[in-house]
Design a protein around this ligand. Sequence first.
Ligand code: SAH
Length: 367
Amino acid sequence: MTDTVTTNLLDLDRAGLVDFFSARGEKAFRATQVMKWVYGQGVTDFGQMTNISKGLRGELQAAATLAMPTVVADNLSDDGSRKWLLQMADGNCIEAVFIPEAERGTLCVSSQVGCMLNCSFCSTATQGFNRNLSTGEIIAQLWVAARALGQTSDGERRISNVVMMGMGEPLLNYDNVVRAMGIMLDDYGYGLSKRRITLSTAGVVPMLKQLREDCDVSLAVSLHAPDDLLRNQLVPLNKKYPIRELLDACKDYVGEGRRRVTFEYVMLAGINDSDAHARQLVRCLEGVPAKVNLIPFNPFPETRYQRSSNNRIQRFFEILNGAGVVTITRKTRGDDIDAACGQLAGEFRDRTRRRERAQNISGMTNQ
Ligand code: SAH
């Protein structure tokens, strides 16, 4: 009988690889051997894995793959940010972005093809949703970027940080995201520390408890509004998990230690950026170990929002800072190549038919 089902080994973390090899009567160390080749050396051709016996290499060629996406575009921003458009085997495209800074290099990784959450100020939302990314498709973003950046296992680590802040809601693709983060943390994977991986969520409250148990990486939460009425409009998921529940879950997540949750707050002119909003935000975060990240809104075609003025952002910053809330204003990076927060769109077929529905609605009102 011929085995026609091939396993993409990128979908397996170390424990999964150990199982895969033991099912073939192989020792556990085969798992780390393969991981060193793939993630350390960037080798995906089983034929080149010279410390593995010829027989086993042949077996792997028949039973397994190391399927990498195709790089369809590779854009470099004037500020050094770099964005890759990656095509998966099924034709869907997603984006990953590298942001170099003096002290670190951060890779912004996507977790889904599109997004289901429909936040009103996000470009990914206007594109709709297609599907979850597999573990392999998530970890492949690091592999492609590391290779393109010339990162080697013994050399300088160009990707020192990962943020799960690309396309999609990571907590709605929980298992694959956690497994991929496991590979990022593994010494035979990318050897990152939990502190250097940040998962950003719009606030899927029940999964936060689970995440704390499974893989308590740094947490960022897309807050964007200090009250439920406004947040319902900006982040519709708030109707299901309102601010108070979300903040309680955040407190539990960081516990008594010294860790803080980063709250992202996109600055939308005339919407959520007044002095009163800032003061309300201070009150809202009382008792929560918080850091606030003010993100100047990045526009995209057909958006109804505008970015707050620099003066307004500065004033908002001062109110928070003056009240003792640790606040930073995020520098906009990569906007000349549409790689900034909220500008990632990829290319894929929307399965929710959101665009069509939106067009029908506007068609109706135009008549
Ligand atoms: N779904 C997750 C992961 C996406 S992270 C989440 O919501 O956190 C992307 C970050 O960029 C989020 O904080 C998001 O709110 C923010 N963002 C989205 N659109 C933006 C835009 N147009 N300008 C600036 N920031 C935006």
